[in-house]
Design a protein around this ligand. Structure first.
Ligand code: IMP
Length: 212
């Protein structure tokens, strides 16, 4: 789903001021703050406002981003931006996809990314040595206003999976993802290098072109 192709006047502009970042994922919030820095926006995290995390019941990235942005805008009375993203592995028919975060969940409710990366590697191993290691990240951004208006944007980055995990920067599955045209994993790139090529940066470029 995308707003590309619609006339620009159909897209609502975002005025400078407060914007709730509807995520409790610190890695994402940090990247979103960096990406918003040039635009006169005052980001406030959902965690700082003590907003609850809604259950992600959607079956698409856009549906989950909308659900999170809508809940935060309704509860805060402010515009809210949510990101739903994940890793899609070609040989696994797009898994873990919208369930990317769930693959990291432990029985006690905490998340373990080392375990999640291992699960992806184990799932790939069942496909045999010839299986494609191609994968892509998707990022859906939804921007919701308290009056019910919503805009959304999707970005993507293609690459391959490496094993074992490499690098210390970034978050989530960054240590196993090598973006196309690079030989370092996302976790081996500087944040600025990742911001130039990532799925989140791709979605942000579309958002910036449309709403600022
Ligand atoms: P959700 O969007 O909150 O459902 O979670 C998506 C999950 O995908 C995150 O918790 C990360 O593990 C993973 N993910 C999304 N974007 C990135 C990224 O840029 N690098 C690494 N992992 C990511």
């Amino acid at each position: 789903m995308s707003r590309e192709g619609l006339p620009p006047q159909a897209i609502r502009k975002l005025a400078p001021g407060k914007l709730v970042i509807a995520s409790h994922n610190e890695g994402k919030v940090r990247e979103i703050r960096d990406l918003l820095a040039p635009y006169g926006i005052e980001p406030i995290s959902a965690k700082a406002l003590d907003l609850p995390e809604p259950e992600e019941t959607g079956t698409t990235f856009v549906a989950n981003a909308e659900l999170k942005a809508r809940a935060a805008a309704d509860l805060s009375g402010l515009p809210a931006l949510a990101d739903d993203s994940g890793l899609c592995v070609e040989a696994l028919n797009g898994d873990p996809g919208v369930y990317t975060a769930n693959w990291a969940e432990r029985a006690d409710g905490t998340r373990d990314w080392q375990m999640a990366m291992q699960k992806v590697e184990d799932a790939l191993a069942t496909k045999g040595p010839e299986a494609s290691r191609s994968a892509h990240f998707v990022c859906a951004l939804a921007l919701a206003w308290p009056d019910g208006h919503i805009e959304w944007f999707e970005g993507r980055s293609d690459g391959t999976l490496t094993w074992p995990p490499r690098g210390e920067a970034g978050f989530g599955y960054d240590p196993v993802f090598v973006p196309l045209g690079h030989n370092r994993s996302y976790a081996e790139l500087d944040p600025a290098e990742k911001h130039a090529i990532s799925h989140r940066a791709d979605a942000f470029a579309k958002l910036v072109a449309a709403v600022f």
